[in-house]
Design a protein around this ligand. Structure first.
Ligand code: NAI
Length: 470
């Protein structure tokens, strides 16, 4: 099957439909655009004309390209036949099913229907269709013209040839398509849950403030910390997605929503859009105070362990002694230890000890727990230590371990492959690396051990280790 020259009907001329029509027209397809709200399709085209003119004024498009793109988009007053229909209407199972029934009465037998749903099962949407094999998920991300990822979602009845044709079409449109099996949250919305959930758990445990959590994850390479990101998304929206993934997984406790977020929603503290969430707006996350970087260390420093963290410490501290045989990673001096978190707490390590977070970057904020003077050694490495409560896995290590764990489960369950998970998280939510790239850099056993210790600490379903990592 080849959709390269397909005529396309986009149904729904809202935020997503307008973007999809633009991308399809720019790729050379004849596009008709329908919306059941009178005037909506014309308005969407007029708005697109403005956007494209703006791009032309900046020299990013030629006037000819603008004209050609607009000429390919025709707003229509009624559903019309096409080789491919892309549906981007309201997120409601019954309304989408009714649309598909109307479409099937109108379309040729070999026409394909793609749905941009972000949360409804493609398998469920196909039920009742005359030809359920022609329905496939084509999940774009907002804003459509800029975001590269397309999750190509197959339901139980989707014809693999149809999924492959949509995959190839997306690639031709300059997107990076990834195959996904229709399961709650597909790839991105599922694997991303722990990014928010672990921050909310840290807040619930009163382990750290939103400012510290955000600073540590930003330093680990994320563009936004989880708290400021939830403020941007809107707590109502983020909470609704978490609830729907929780319910769709038969209330698997691993996906349990947070009372901390429920409170924000109840209060109407929805984030940026309401002027207040974790932070107040327009100010946003306050800067953390500077840390006194003068931390003289009297005794000889010893770098313990092997692997990239120990190697980077040894490189930063040329005068330190190296103790490769230690079964832990970090620094010691004067009988005191500063250990990379392996899920054990500083309290478990004896007096004067501290544990520090996974140092994904060579500089910036990093969480530690335990003895403050020992934690201050991080300064000599060029890092900025931030004290948090003595909780297993601290901030970054625990978050990354849980992202890896969720991705591992998704692969184990055939939702996607490792490369697909990595591409999806980097392109769909701009993560600095994919979960399996982190796993390759860290260590499978270390991740599993850290999760096991979180599991022992919390005793519940939340931190169970994926069989894929065992
Ligand atoms: P929107 O509200 O901006 O646009 C939906 C449009 O569909 C509206 O113009 C509405 O009049 C029209 N519509 C509703 N029912 C219709 C029907 N029966 N027939 C024809 N037109 C109808 O919504 P948005 O954000 O564009 O979302 C559309 C779909 O895309 C939803 O399924 C949503 O879950 C999904 N999606 C949204 C993303 C986002 O960031 N907003 C991201 C990825 C997917």
């Amino acid at each position: 099957m080849n959709l390269q020259d397909a005529s396309i009907l986009v149904v729904g001329a809202g935020l997503m439909g307008a973007g999809i029509a633009q991308v399809a027209a720019q790729a050379g397809h004849a596009v008709t655009l329908f919306d059941n709200r009178p005037g909506a399709a014309d308005a969407a085209k007029a708005k697109l004309a403005q956007t494209l003119d703006g791009l032309a004024a900046k020299g990013k498009l030629t006037a000819d390209a603008v004209q050609a793109t607009l000429a390919r988009i025709t707003p229509v007053d009624a559903l019309a036949a096409a080789d491919l229909v892309i549906e981007a209407i309201v997120e409601n199972l019954d309304v989408k099913r009714a649309l598909f029934a109307e479409l099937e009465a109108l379309l040729a037998d070999d026409a394909v229907i793609a749905t941009n749903t972000s949360s409804i099962s493609v398998t469920a949407l196909a039920r009742g269709m005359t030809k359920p094999e022609r329905l496939v998920g084509m999940h774009f991300f907002n804003p459509v013209p800029l975001m590269k990822l397309v999750e190509v979602v197959s339901g139980l009845g989707t014809d693999p040839a149809v999924a492959q044709a949509i995959f190839e079409l997306s690639a031709r449109w300059g997107k990076t398509p990834v195959h996904a099996r229709s399961t709650p949250g597909f790839i991105v919305n599922r694997i991303a849950r722990p990014y928010y959930a672990e921050a909310l758990m840290l807040l619930q445990e009163r382990a750290a403030t939103p400012e510290v959590i955000d600073a540590c994850l930003r330093s680990a390479g994320f563009r936004m910390g989880p708290c400021e990101l939830m403020d941007l998304i809107g707590h109502d929206t983020n909470f609704a997605v978490t609830n729907s993934v929780f319910a769709a997984n038969f209330f698997d406790r691993r996906f349990t929503p947070s009372l901390v977020q429920q409170e924000l929603v109840d209060a109407g503290y929805l984030g940026r859009k309401s002027g207040r969430g974790f932070y107040r707006y327009p100010e946003g996350a306050p800067a953390l105070p500077a840390v006194d970087a003068t931390a003289p260390i009297a005794a000889q420093l010893v770098v313990h362990g092997t692997g990239w963290v120990a190697d980077s410490f040894a490189a930063a501290l040329p005068d330190a002694v190296r103790e490769r045989d230690s079964d832990w990673t970090g620094l010691s001096a004067d009988g005191r230890q500063l250990r990379l978190t392996d899920g054990r707490r500083a309290t478990d390590l004896g007096r004067g000890s501290a544990v520090f977070d996974l140092p994904l970057a060579a500089s910036g904020d990093i969480a530690f727990a335990g003895d403050a003077a020992t934690g201050a050694w991080l300064n000599v490495l060029g890092l900025t230590p931030r004290a948090v409560a003595d909780v297993p896995g601290l901030v970054v290590a625990r978050t990354i371990a849980m992202l890896i764990n969720e991705a591992a489960d998704a692969v184990q369950q055939g939702v996607c492959d490792e490369a697909g998970a990595d591409a999806a998280m980097k392109l769909g939510v701009n993560y600095p690396a994919g979960p399996f790239e982190w796993l390759a850099r860290w260590d499978r056993r270390a991740v599993a051990a850290l999760l096991d210790r979180l599991d022992q600490h919390h005793r519940g379903e939340r931190y169970r280790v994926s069989p894929y990592l065992q």
